[in-house]
Design a protein around this ligand. Structure first.
Ligand code: ZN
Length: 229
């Protein structure tokens, strides 16, 4: 239960790029909360990505912007430099994670307890190392499960759905609304804000408006929803 409510909705967005500002304005307008997963070793990096055939900017914020931009939301780790994790030794994995987490704590002046795996790379070894040797208390994969249940292994937390799968999101929202009142359920949506530049922002805006302001739903950050923090 979250503040007496049995249903929770939470968002998770990766990389810390300029399009996060537009998304955060949207979240703030509708009273929604999100978690933003940042690579503190790559602040300020600017490249262009091709998403579904469309070129979009992937411009990361400079370090001194982070605290103010994300003040109403959660900041979580995404490793220092966004490497593929399967190839890293245990020591490298710990360093990439812990240095990022601690940098973000210092920069934002608050605890950082979450993580999203770069490229979604996660297996049992990676999760075991993080659990034993880092301050990470939950970590998200990219294995969309289309489900709302509480998950036992928070170091391999599977999201419900990807943020630009708009048709699927709408279907899942209808299913979420039909769940029995007393059943605990988490609707977890993840993605990258730059993807909306390629596929359009309007469906996301419509969805945020649709889910907002319900008495029976708790709108929280990942940490609030998964850890009760
Ligand atoms: Zn990423």
């Amino acid at each position: 239960m979250w503040q007496g409510k049995t249903k929770a909705i939470t968002f998770s967005f990766d990389d810390g790029v300029e399009q996060d500002i537009r998304l955060i304005e949207m979240f703030d307008r509708y009273g929604l909360k999100g978690t933003f997963n940042l690579n503190s070793g790559s602040f300020g990096m600017q490249i262009t990505l091709t998403v579904k055939g469309v070129e979009v900017p992937h411009h990361r914020f400079a370090a001194d912007k982070i605290r103010a931009i994300y003040q109403n939301h959660e900041v979580a780790a995404h490793t220092l430099t966004h490497p593929g994790l399967y190839d890293l030794s245990d020591e490298e994995l710990i360093r990439e994670t812990e240095e990022d987490r601690k940098n973000l704590e210092k920069l934002c002046g608050r605890d950082v307890v979450g993580m999203a795996y770069p490229f979604g790379d996660c297996d049992d070894r990676i999760a075991r190392v993080l659990r034993a040797h880092t301050g990470v208390q939950y970590a998200r994969t990219v294995r969309d499960n289309g489900a709302f249940h509480r998950q036992k292994d928070l170091l391999q937390f599977d999201p419900t759905v990807h943020a630009t799968d708009f048709d699927r999101i709408e279907e899942l929202w209808q299913a979420f609304c039909r769940l029995p009142k007393e059943q605990e359920a988490i609707f977890y949506i993840w993605g990258h804000s730059y993807e909306f530049d390629a596929v359009g922002w309007q469906p996301m805006e419509d969805f945020c408006r649709e889910i907002a302001g319900r008495d029976d739903i708790f709108y929280g950050t990942n940490a609030q929803v998964l850890l009760g923090q």
